[in-house]
Design a protein around this ligand. Structure first.
Ligand SMILES: *[C@@H]1O[C@H](CO)[C@@H](O)[C@H](O)[C@H]1NC(C)=O
Ligand SMILES: *[C@@H]1O[C@H](CO)[C@@H](O)[C@H](O)[C@H]1NC(C)=O
Ligand SMILES: *[C@@H]1O[C@H](CO)[C@@H](O)[C@H](O)[C@H]1NC(C)=O
Ligand SMILES: *[C@@H]1O[C@H](CO)[C@@H](O)[C@H](O)[C@H]1NC(C)=O
Length: 350
């Protein structure tokens, strides 16, 4: 008697029950058999039992029988020369312990090798449960996707089965494939990968293969949407002394109230209105830091289209742009400040 291992792709993922007996009864050569079956059968599933007969000279009729407390609940058969698989449909209402019997040539008048063996199998409704988690439901370009896979046995104990995992993008392309992942601790397997700066937007899938079953979990990849913020320009209501400088305050805050930090750029000029409407001023550009609010000086004389006269009437035109540190940008225009020569205003207001 010696131990033999079956190297079949799908079986490596299974906990297998193995039987091997060598006997020399019917031939000079040593004969033997090996039966491999999953240790946990799943209810309602067609489970496969693999049968190997060594030094086979003839076909062997192999029968499988599943029984519970002496009552036969499933039966199947097949023919095996040296290697084969026989399937048995596990009833869907079956749970708990069952008895699996395997015969090779039950009738003595049949050809081939004669053997008989049995084992106890557990029938479970689900088998191992695999949980796949991502650290976020939605990712943006360049973010790192963290994935945890947690597998528990039907009796809720963590398993350390080998698993494979891969990522599929919305176009169906396999982006990354991890083979033979082993749990670091307690049945948890961690994986991570970075999204590129131009990933395919939409629903991505994580696939996990374990014990011949495939599990999946989706996550979303969305375009980066700038947080919205608003600008409030507080210009002087009017300028009556064209030689004076006034203060302008700009406030920038996100819609949820937080102040915006970044860079403020203002481009301003004074354009004539009314009789002076064809007069276009010189533009003045200023740049500064903004942390929620910023203040700058507005000096009309630097922008005046004409020599300062007693009669000029115009409006300050300003374009205020704030670029936030998180990459957002807003521009606002204001032309509410009227500038007129002090004497005129004085004369008019009297
Ligand atoms: C069944 O297989 C076991 C090995 O798993 C072996 O010890 C036993 O002798 C076998 N039974 C028969 C009846 O051959
Ligand atoms: C795996 O993920 C868990 C939960 O996110 C975390 O606590 C743990 O540190 C991670 N382990 C490794 C090796 O990354
Ligand atoms: C993902 O798994 C679910 C069951 O949880 C299944 O219905 C679905 O078809 C799977 N999706 C893919 C793309 O395999
Ligand atoms: C300032 O605004 C004027 C008028 O719109 C424009 O012609 C000029 O290019 C702007 N300058 C800058 C630096 O943005």
């Amino acid at each position: 008697m010696r131990a033999l291992h079956v190297h079949h792709k799908s079986w490596t993922l299974w906990t297998v029950f193995m039987v091997c007996v060598m006997s020399g009864v019917h031939s000079q050569e040593r004969q033997g058999y090996l039966i491999a079956a999953p240790s946990v059968f799943r209810a309602g599933v067609e489970e496969a039992v693999s049968v190997t007969i060594f030094n086979a000279v003839e076909d062997t009729r192999v029968q499988l029988q599943l029984s519970v407390k002496g009552e036969i609940v499933a039966h199947s058969h097949g023919t095996v020369r040296d290697k084969g698989t026989i399937k048995i449909k596990v009833p869907s209402d079956l749970r708990g312990q069952a008895h699996l019997k395997v015969w090779g040539n039950r009738q003595l008048n049949e050809g081939g090798f004669i053997f008989h063996n049995h084992t106890t199998v557990t029938v479970d409704s689900k088998g191992t449960t695999v949980f796949i988690q991502t650290d976020k439901p939605v990712y943006k370009p360049r973010q790192k996707v963290l994935i945890n896979v947690y597998a528990v046995t039907p009796d809720l104990r963590p398993t350390s089965e080998k698993i494979e995992a891969y990522i599929v993008d919305p176009r169906g392309s396999r982006i990354i494939h991890w083979k033979a992942l082993k749990s670091v601790c307690c049945g948890i397997v961690n994986m991570s990968f970075p999204l590129s700066d131009q990933p395919v937007f939409g629903e991505w899938l994580v696939f996990v293969e374990m014990q011949g079953h495939t599990y999946n979990k989706s996550f979303e990849v969305q375009k980066y949407v700038m947080p919205r913020f608003e600008l409030i320009i507080e210009p002087p209501p009017y300028i009556r002394d064209l030689n004076s400088c006034e203060q302008v305050t700009v406030k920038a805050r996100y819609t949820f109230g937080k102040p915006v930090s970044g860079k403020l750029t203002v481009n301003m000029t004074v354009n004539g209105i009314g009789y002076y409407r064809h007069e276009v001023g010189h533009s003045v550009v200023k740049s500064m830091e903004i942390k929620g609010s910023a203040t700058f000086r507005l000096c009309v004389k630097d922008m005046m289209p004409l020599e300062v006269t007693d009669h000029f009437r115009g409006a300050v035109n300003m374009w205020v742009t704030v670029s936030s540190v998180d990459g957002g940008q807003q521009t606002m225009f204001d032309d509410s400040t009227h500038a007129m020569s002090g004497k005129v205003l004085y004369w008019r207001s009297k």
